[in-house]
Design a protein around this ligand. Structure first.
Ligand SMILES: *Cc1c(COP(=O)(O)O)cnc(C)c1O
Length: 355
């Protein structure tokens, strides 16, 4: 039986998608060839890339609004530097809400002045800073919408006249936002879209071309746009699986429909964390809790051995927290069924009954 996969990333993908993808590895589009052994310039693959790019914009409601979707390589970590390479002339402002924001800040610092306008580092990132002001003399403002490791999520985004850049690696396509407020969104595929190896970048074209430095071709968004995201050989398999996941999402009714289920999953688990006297949540303020990654711990470590045994026996995978937080982390990405969260809640209640 398939495990209840709460892995933080690489993470669960829809079963139907995995099945289709595995078939394409052997025989793609009845070509009697594998997806991974045909030319990326063949019409069969070109249409995969076109479809994936179009679906990404469609889900975000950004078609015909001056945006381009790219499927690049190098992970979200390469976007930390690419964003600054392409956009940071003098000064940029960053909101520091966790490990990934901190890494983005470090990379941007190689290209210009970086102002950390607020940080929750003082409390091991267990809340989202609020009430900060964003300077006006900046090239862009950068934030991380969902903090995969600490389990916090931005519910509101600040108003700024500067371009708004967001790392949405771990919550893209999980909830409805006014995506047109953002000028550049990036997301490593392996959290909510596909296998590791490709990164979605959605960029508003008119913010590009404003820095004076020379940008190496592979790191230049304009070059990738000019080549329809095919400047060099793309990661054909991750792009194909991402396309299948985006098609799956469309069949499910899109972001609005999946968000309803994501809300049910989060409510089910957080209600139990709050009710069950054996558990406590990690995030300090309820409104900052992530609907994708729920971080929690046992009140009494003495229950650890029993709890670990119970959830493992129940077929649950990937529940251990990140080493910088400890405890547990239940990642509830789009493809995780509500039933899996119910299994976890049942195990938490079983532990309580036995305690
Ligand atoms: C996982 C993650 C990253 C890093 O992604 P890579 O593709 O491994 O470079 C960056 N940001 C966030 C929010 C993440 O969850």
């Amino acid at each position: 039986m398939k495990k209840h996969n709460f892995s933080a990333g690489p993470c669960i993908l829809p079963q139907e998608v995995l099945k289709k993808a595995s078939e394409a590895v052997v025989n793609f589009n009845n070509l009697d060839l594998s997806l991974v052994e045909i030319s990326h310039r063949s019409k069969d693959f070109v249409s995969v890339m076109e479809n994936a790019r179009a679906l990404a914009l469609e889900h975000l409601g950004l078609q015909n609004k001056g945006y381009q979707a790219l499927f690049l390589q190098g992970g979200a970590s390469t976007e930390f530097l690419m964003v600054a390479y392409n956009l940071l002339q003098d000064k940029a402002a960053y909101l520091n809400t966790g490990t990934w924001s901190s890494k983005a800040i470090k990379e941007a610092g190689l290209f210009g002045e970086v102002v950390e306008i607020a940080s929750s580092k003082d409390q091991n990132f267990n809340y989202i800073p609020k009430g900060y002001t964003i300077p006006t003399d900046i090239d862009y403002f950068h934030c991380t919408s969902n903090n995969t490791i600490f389990g916090t999520q931005l519910n509101t985004f600040p108003e700024t006249s500067a371009p708004l850049i967001c790392d949405m690696s771990s919550d893209i396509f999980s909830r409805q936002l006014d995506f047109s407020k953002f000028d550049l969104i990036y997301a490593g595929a392996q959290k909510n879209m596909g296998p590791a190896g490709t990164t979605l970048v959605v960029v508003k074209e008119d913010i590009l071309g404003k820095v004076s430095r020379t940008i190496p071709s592979m790191l230049d968004y304009k070059v990738h746009i000019g080549k329809d995201s095919m400047f060099n050989t793309p990661a054909v398999f991750p792009v194909y699986v991402s396309m299948l996941t985006l098609e799956w999402l469309k069949e499910k009714g899109g972001i609005t429909a999946i968000e309803k289920i994501n809300n049910q999953k989060a409510t089910l688990l957080y209600t139990e964390i709050d009710r069950n006297p054996l558990f406590k949540g990690f995030v300090a303020t309820k409104e900052d809790r992530s609907k994708m990654n729920a971080t929690f711990n046992l009140v009494d470590e003495a229950h650890k051995e029993t709890f670990d045994k119970l959830w493992t026996e129940a077929g649950i995978n990937g529940l251990n927290g990140h080493r910088s937080v400890g405890g547990y982390r239940a990642s509830m990405y789009n493809a995780l069924p509500l039933e899996s969260v119910q299994v976890l809640v049942d195990v938490m209640q079983e532990l309580e009954r036995g305690a």
